[in-house]
Design a protein. Structure first.
Ligand code: ZSY
Length: 382
């Protein structure tokens, strides 16, 4: 496959400008670079090979690949009501879908015209613009009891200006009722590890896995926000979106999740943009709500509730060498009835691991980083 340098990459060149002679009769030339400069050695080498191609110079493939322009991008992440989930615009075969970017799963699936019209009413539905992967199917079940299934196409997918030319697009033939009723949401774009993609007979790559080699840096970063739009950045870190430093911790990929260890929170934890709340062990939950006078566990609601007017304490956690504070305000998730509100911190007992979902992530700038030999997570205060 031929690797082509972008025109921009080849435009960069140094121009020499002669300076005025020092004095009548004397003559000197100051060589001044006219502002352009090579950002990388490979780019400089590629330019030289291109310059001398007419003399027979042949550019080695490794130089061409290394010099190929690397991309970055950023996309808005808009909250649904009560920050239930955050949706991003994604172009698939030229149609824009609003998808839930989910670092807790690894399937990119969309509503499709293959579903009964009643099941997809109010949603943007995929009309098979791509090439069908004959015989391929998918079927996923989520921890909240929801699920979806269907067949598979290959199509062009663009997120924040970053393009995957041949992305597996999983078209639904059936989805569970909670997806049908959430008419803002046209599907999910998974960003956990491709090892848990559900496509059969051959697993498919996530969007990030498909584009990461073309990014300036193999990473994406989540800046979800409280009751307002945030962003996902691809290929770069935006230092204007956090304070202090980013503190990194190793990730265990054995279960396919962005799994890490948080101090003072027993068991494994995962960073999951697709989960609304913050799920931690009973002992941590009980300790937190002990400071909320009106709080109690309400089995009918399935979690801790409290008076909506009560001011809540912040929650601070140490992760690696850094600490993150979630403002108490963020932990008042939503009213459940009258003036009773549901807590954003709930128990992870029974799940099998802790889930650092949106209640936590919206207080941070979180970097999902594959720039090193093994993946890592970076957390900074948002
Ligand atoms: O909903 C999921 C979830 C996501 C993907 C998959 C899966 C199976 C096969 C491929 O992906 N299975 C899940 O269950 N949560 C959040 C969760 C789990 C349990 C209770 C509540 N919330 C995964 C990220 C942790």
């Amino acid at each position: 496959m031929a690797h082509y340098l972008s025109a921009a990459a080849l435009v960069a060149s140094a121009a020499l400008t002669a300076a005025a002679p020092a004095a009548k009769g004397d003559f000197s030339i100051d060589q001044v670079s006219k502002g352009s400069f090579y950002k990388s050695g490979p780019l400089a080498m590629a330019k030289t090979y291109s310059k001398y191609a007419k003399h027979g110079a042949v550019m080695p493939e490794n130089v061409s690949i290394a010099a190929t322009a690397a991309s970055t991008g950023s996309v808005s992440a808009s909250p649904e009501s009560y920050d239930e989930s955050y949706l991003i615009p994604v172009s698939i075969g030229g149609t824009t879908f609003h998808l839930d970017l989910d670092t807790g799963s690894s399937d990119l699936w969309v509503f499709s015209t293959q579903q009964p019209a009643s099941q997809r009413s109010g949603h943007t539905a995929y009309k098979q613009t791509g090439t069908k992967k004959s015989g391929y199917t998918w079927n996923i079940s989520y921890g909240d009891g929801s699920g979806a299934k269907g067949d598979v196409y290959v199509d062009k997918v663009v997120v924040g200006g970053v393009t995957a030319t041949s992305q597996a697009v999983e078209a639904a033939t059936s989805v569970s009722s909670s997806f049908t009723s959430d008419t803002d949401n046209d599907g999910l774009i998974g960003a956990a590890f491709s090892s848990i993609n559900t496509v059969s007979p051959q697993q498919q790559l996530t969007f990030f896995d498909n584009v990461k080699n073309s990014l300036s840096q193999k990473l994406f970063a989540a800046r979800l926000r409280y009751h307002t739009a945030g962003t996902y950045d691809y290929g770069y870190i935006d230092s204007s979106k956090y304070s202090g430093s980013i503190h990194y911790v190793p990730v265990n990929t054995a279960n396919g999740f962005w799994e890490f260890t948080a101090s003072g929170v027993s068991g494994s934890s995962i960073a999951d943009t697709g989960t609304t709340l913050l799920y931690i062990p009973d002992s941590n939950v009980d300790a937190y709500y002990a400071n909320v006078d009106s709080a109690s566990y309400d089995s009918s609601q399935g979690g801790y509730t409290f008076d909506c007017d009560e001011s809540l304490p912040d929650w601070t956690v140490t992760i690696g060498s850094g600490s993150i504070t979630v403002p108490g305000e963020y932990i008042n998730f939503a009213p459940v009835s009258g003036n009773t509100c549901f807590g954003g911190i709930q128990s992870s007992d029974g799940i099998g691991f802790n889930i650092f979902g949106d209640i936590f992530l919206k207080a941070t700038y979180t970097v999902f980083d594959q720039t090193q030999s093994s993946p890592r997570l970076g957390f900074a205060q948002g």
